[in-house]
Write a protein that binds this ligand. Sequence first.
Ligand SMILES: [Mg+2]
Length: 147
Amino acid sequence: MKIVYIDMDDTLCNFKNSYKQSLIDRPEITWPHSQCGFFVHLEPLPQALETVNLLIESNKYDPYILTSPSVRNPNSYIEKRIWIEQYFGLNFCKKLIISPNKALNIGDYLIDDNVQGKGQENFQGELIHFGSKAFPNWESIARYLEI
Ligand SMILES: [Mg+2]
């Protein structure tokens, strides 16, 4: 089976929207993602849950979540874990990897909205750049991976 790593912020869940909304609602907080509860309340992006569920059920792929922590917010580690359970169930929490350097993980694909900064630039497999022209949404990724 091919190993697929999936980023969370702005790939699975809508970090940017919550960030912007927080700056409007609570302008005194300059680091919105430092707030307790920030990560657990992020909204899933369209078709993200459906596509990851197809990967989970597929016999072609072995998906993992590979996300970097928000180091200034210790709750982010716990909230990311709660988020995964909330949307994919307890069993898939075993596939959650929180790492500051994504290049340390060996695998076939990394689906990520960033191409650098957290080791994406040194990932040994193929980087599927979520939000790019080639992969603007989850539907295009599902088509590419033929799931
Ligand atoms: Mg991201």
